[in-house]
Design a protein around this ligand. Sequence first.
Ligand code: ATP
Ligand code: MG
Length: 410
Amino acid sequence: MSVSDTPTPSHTQTERVLSGMRPTGALHLGHYHGALKNWVRLQDELNCFYFVADWHALTTHYENREVIEKNVYEMVIDWLAAGLDPAKCTMFLQSRIPEHAELFTLLAMGTPIGWLERVPTYKDQQEKLKDKDLTTYGFLGYPLLQAADILIYRAKHVPVGEDQASHVELTREAARRFNHLYGREADFAQRVEASLEKLGKDGAKRFEKSRKKFQETGDTKSLEGAMDFINQHPDLDAAEKERLQGYFKGTGKAVLVEPQALLTEASRLPGLDGAKMSKSYNNAIAIREDKASIEQKIKRMPTDPARIKRTDAGDPARCPVWQFHKVYSNAETQAWADQGCRSAGIGCLDCKQPIIDAVLREQQPMLERAEPYVTNPAIVREIIDAGTDRARAVAQETMRDVRAAIGLAY
Ligand code: ATP
Ligand code: MG
């Protein structure tokens, strides 16, 4: 298999989705259940752009960049293992598209520092990652870099966990502010004129009449009618549609698009110790971890501390293994584990075996999908090269509009 055999995504869907992950270690089952599975589902529904957020990794790992270097392509293999398909989505590398940094800089000019200081993750993460000095300009600014990552693709949807919802809100504010400051292109009036001509004499006349009505009375019927008319007009391209809509509403052309958070339902996978699975807590099982290691880790999992001897009855509510049963076992197995534990009918090792089996069963197709990429890593690079080219074309188009809007097109 080579990338040239795989067709480029043929999305009729225009709604773009953007999401990224930081290459700071092997992805684990928490990443799979909490994010990746959702990414895989979305690639069939929308035009998905997924990126390796290597600059974001530097915000916390600026002193150990080797970790990042080692994990960039490994993480992409994890993505492919999970089922991302280069024929269905665009996968790319953030640092290869410096336009992200350009937009970040331009957004930074008008972004009050207080907006960033108030983002909840700012203080939270500094508290959590005490061993790292995160009193840096880069760390303060990373949610704005995320805003640039999103806005540069004019993404409509951003799949995030609840903890990141505030970042999407900041992105929306940044877009609104930008559109407010620079939304009107210098030659807006002439461009509107040219687009109006495409509507034909009658069309333009009706459009102007309902625009007046809307602006004077706020009549929503006029607005809806005009938006439909513009959207369905065969002779207008996307930029022209947007400009005419902005003209109608009196807002100018929205250069940047406000995205929506696509909240992933809270599915926090616990780790081997019962706390949230995280590579920094040393309680994770990697997506492509080897079989022996998975067996060993699960066999060594702590269980209900009150259940010291095999004959002691246990309480599933106090056992991390039970948390895994809730994710990995069907009702029948759950009932077996619950009763066996409470009655001391089964031992903890017995109870763990179905978990070991289920994790290995879940992993098997992922290992199979990863295999060709592990044996031939050049394909992974080709996938990223091709995806980065596609993403760059979109980013460059947005930046042309952004520069023109600000008046940097001299
Ligand atoms: P880690 O938390 O392992 O150090 P990270 O901090 O680099 O990894 P995050 O940004 O926390 O990565 O997670 C990336 C994505 O994976 C997010 O969408 C997050 O919600 C999800 N995720 C991470 N860990 C879990 C988990 N244990 N359960 C569910 N989802 C998770
Ligand atoms: Mg984390």
